[in-house]
Design a protein around this ligand. Sequence first.
Ligand code: ARG
Length: 388
Amino acid sequence: MRDTLRRTLALGVGVVAVLAAFAGQAIAAPPSPDGGTPTPMVVGGTQAAKGEFPWMVRLSMGCGGAMLTEQLVLTAAHCVSRTGNNTSITATYGVVDLQDSTRITRASTYVHRSPTYDTATGGDWAIVKLASPITGAALLPIATTAAHNTGVFSVAGWGATREGGGQSRYLLKANVDYIDDTTCKNSDPYYADLIPAAELCAGKLAGGVDTCQGDSGGPMFRRDDNGAWVQVGIVSHGNGCARPENPGVYTEVSTFAAAIKQAAADLGGTPQPPGKVFENLNNVTIPDAGAAVYSNVTVTGIAGNAPSTLKVGVDIKHTYSGDLVIDLVAPDGSTYRLKNSSGSSTPNVVTTYTVNASSEVANGTWRLKVQDVYSQDTGYVDAWRLTF
Ligand code: ARG
């Protein structure tokens, strides 16, 4: 059956090869027609993998956002006009390619714009309420303290890939450095009116890497001490994009966490607190059409049973995802099927499954069981994690 599939799919290979040639650089535009160097593409970023930042949202007015609850998207105030009913925004979720047919879309019903936006207090944040929840959507917890407003941050978006450039069809990602308020204020006259309590600067003082127009409203995030992603910023503004000595300015989420939570509650939602993450980053080779392989994660310090929404993040590199059968094995040996084999020729399994593990004691050794059940393609478990 797989051979038939493979032959049927052979026609597609040319397209895939062309896309692969662009991966990591210019996706928005083909190499420059004059034959010159392709423009490096978020500016200075690389393409994100599907499932890598599952809570990312593209909003139709040309902004980014992050899933705050299953029905609320956190974005920037400057991306919306006012608080009130609003059915004009479409949110796209679940894909890196905005034209991917598996994308999930929802229309908006209501917008809450931060009441302090455009005041001396600052607060470039807004919440877009969707017409219906995206059930099971991945959520990005917001930082509720300033503890993580430092270090290296990640940013992602479908915005311009260079100053003045077009939007990207594919989600791009980049890492940016924390830049303290004083350095930021003094970096260029543009930054003189920075609001230190409300804004967080990040970027590369040497230039070259930054968010840009169309990334606004999207999250800036990092891992917390437990390894969980937490949102520390919202793309807000900057002087051009990726210029040397001109950082990106982000809404300081921790400052507004209480107001965001209150607004979410008023809109009928509760943001998810950051979880505790247990992961295994060791590679495990998956033999072709062979025996199942296991990767262990030992959970400690969690009282009682596992949650009914246990998150199982899986990162498997494999040339043919349909070959794989994946299970989660609880400490007592109970097995939960995460994925069956199928005809899907898509490479890799990078996704987060939600498992009702409420009848399992949390502490103990959990195992990811992976078996390749068809011959030909191979791969390895790159990483996997449990989030409690
Ligand atoms: N205001 C822009 C937008 O609406 C975001 C600009 C971010 N600029 C920067 N240099 N980081 O998309």
